[in-house]
Design a protein around this ligand. Structure first.
Ligand code: 9WO
Length: 228
């Protein structure tokens, strides 16, 4: 998959995308990441990318012509055209189903906004999908873009190596994970559930499944809605 990111802060993407799964996916050629500095498409000598909102109000709005130019340049850099995603608190909430859907695209173009947002005409005419990673406001869409990239990268065939599959983890079946423990079995009197030390595999599986169901019921009953 190719991912293009439009941002005023391309340097913010160094670091998080250079370690672990994303680094491996990039090194293996599964993820081809391209950063684009929106400011390079400003047209005046001050390289202005934002302006005051029509109708008044706080702060500044990113200019539609600059964003459109940046997007067109990014789209023209490769084929096929990417599915364009604007990261904003007004978007649909990112979840496992949406991550899987996005992971099936050959190319994504992510737009990270700053200030108080982007001119709505850009969203209306240039964006395929507005996505939120949660109900909170940040200072920009860069971290949400990185979150989306990491979530999607885990679903690219081969990205997790041979022995792991994202299907085996939480949300594939709509339940939270069971608690996990490792050695020592007794640390300061903090013990591990007896069944896990029993070697009785059927009992262990039953316990894990009970724990997952009970945790989901207590912590995230919304995930069980639609079932019994
Ligand atoms: C700030 C603000 C202040 C006064 C009046 C209106 C306002 N809107 C915003 C605002 O939404 N700013 C955003 C900052 C504009 C887009 C980039 N920023 C952003 C993205 N903050 N949080 C996100 C985000 C994106 C995806 N998922 C969660 C949060």
């Amino acid at each position: 998959m190719r991912v293009d990111v439009l941002t005023l802060f391309p340097e913010a993407f160094a670091g998080p995308l250079d370690v672990s799964i994303i680094k491996r996916a990039r090194d293996a050629g599964l993820l081809d990441l391209h950063l684009h500095d929106i400011r390079e498409h400003a047209t005046d000598r001050h390289r202005t990318v934002d302006d005051q909102p029509f109708g008044g109000g706080h702060g500044m709005v990113m200019k539609v012509n600059v964003l459109d130019a940046a997007l067109q340049a990014a789209q023209a850099a490769a084929e096929p055209a990417g599915h364009v995603i604007y990261l904003s608190p007004q978007g649909e909430l990112l979840n496992d189903a949406l991550v899987r859907e996005l992971a099936a695209h050959p190319r994504l173009v992510l737009v990270s906004g700053r200030y108080e947002g982007v001119d709505e005409r850009f969203v209306e005419h240039c964006v395929d999908r507005e996505v939120s990673i949660g109900d909170y406001i940040l200072t920009g869409g860069e971290l949400p873009a990185m979150v989306l990239i990491e979530a999607v990268a885990r679903h690219l065939p081969g990205a997790l190596g041979d022995d792991a599959s994202p299907r085996e983890e939480s949300f594939a079946d709509g339940l939270l994970e069971h608690p996990q423990y490792t050695r020592p079995a007794d640390y300061r009197g903090w013990t591990v559930p007896e069944v896990l030390l029993s070697g009785h595999h059927a009992e262990i599986e039953k316990w894990k499944q009970e724990q997952r169901r009970e945790r989901t019921r207590r912590r995230r009953p919304d995930l069980l809605d639609g079932e019994r």
